[in-house]
Design a protein around this ligand. Structure first.
Ligand code: ATP
Length: 235
């Protein structure tokens, strides 16, 4: 469904991503692991169209989308949740969700149905429907940005570090919800520092190191053959 071939991302002279190839099949949850600075976020932002690939190709269902804009990628069914969790702080939870469904304005019934599904999946959001998003806890904001992304009814969800800075009990809840989304058939590319958590929900994983893929395989294989502690240290 999604296929990257020899993709490079550069920031001026810095080669953040040095020719990586990876794919995600329909319904798969693929984890992208690696230490700080390995190039995971740059890879994700390149798929999202927010960073231009300096080389290589990105294909979606066989179609070349390497040069697509972020807006075009959203219309292509790719939704992105960045690690910065940018909610619109002065808007309510409900208004934030409405912005997520903006590209489906003509599908009112479908949007209402998906909104109910998101409230069932994230009951805390339902309880805080009219509350300004800026007053939510970090975990609730994470739930909101995921729910908002789902309201665009994506075929692929790109998730960047959903566990970042959250308490362990909230991290468990977020991963449970990621599991529910995966079982609903959504294709997910998950960037995570928390390798153990990511491998527990992933089908396959790629380990990035210094802008390259250092290892890849089923989540079970990567879990068994990779020193997860060393991953954090760049080993
Ligand atoms: P983290 O988990 O810390 O987000 P990462 O694996 O996602 O790490 P990237 O954020 O993709 O890594 O960064 C890869 C490399 O590119 C790093 O060396 C980083 O310093 C560099 N880099 C990222 N963004 C920029 C930028 N805007 N300008 C210059 N260099 C950048």
């Amino acid at each position: 469904m999604l296929e990257l071939t020899d993709v490079e991302v550069r920031y001026g002279a810095i080669r953040a991503v040095r020719g990586i190839s990876l794919k995600a099949e329909k319904g798969e949850l693929v984890a992208l692991l690696g230490a700080n600075g390995a190039g995971k976020t740059s890879t994700l932002m390149c798929i999202a169209g927010a960073l231009k690939a300096a080389a290589g190709t990105i294909r979606l269902d066989g179609r070349d989308v390497t040069s697509a804009t972020p807006e075009a990628m959203v219309r292509n069914g790719v939704a992105t949740v960045t690690e910065t969790r940018d909610v619109f702080p002065d808007l309510t939870v409900a208004e934030n969700l409405t912005l997520g469904s903006y590209i489906r304005r003509s599908d009112r019934a479908g949007v209402a149905e998906d909104r109910e599904k998101m409230f069932a999946l994230f009951p805390r959001l339902a309880e805080r429907y009219g509350q300004p998003a800026g007053t939510l806890s970090g975990g609730e904001q994470q739930m909101l940005v995921i729910a908002r992304a789902i309201l665009s009814r994506p075929r692929i969800l790109l998730l960047d570090e959903p566990s970042l800075g959250l308490a362990p009990v909230i991290v468990d809840q977020i991963f449970e919800m990621i599991g529910v989304l995966k079982r609903s058939g959504l294709t997910i590319v998950l960037v995570e520092q928390n390798a153990a958590k990511a491998l527990a929900v992933a089908d396959r994983a790629y380990v990035m190191r210094l802008g390259r893929i250092a290892a890849s395989g089923s989540a079970a294989e990567i879990g068994a053959t990779t020193d997860l502690g060393a991953l954090y240290l760049g080993g």
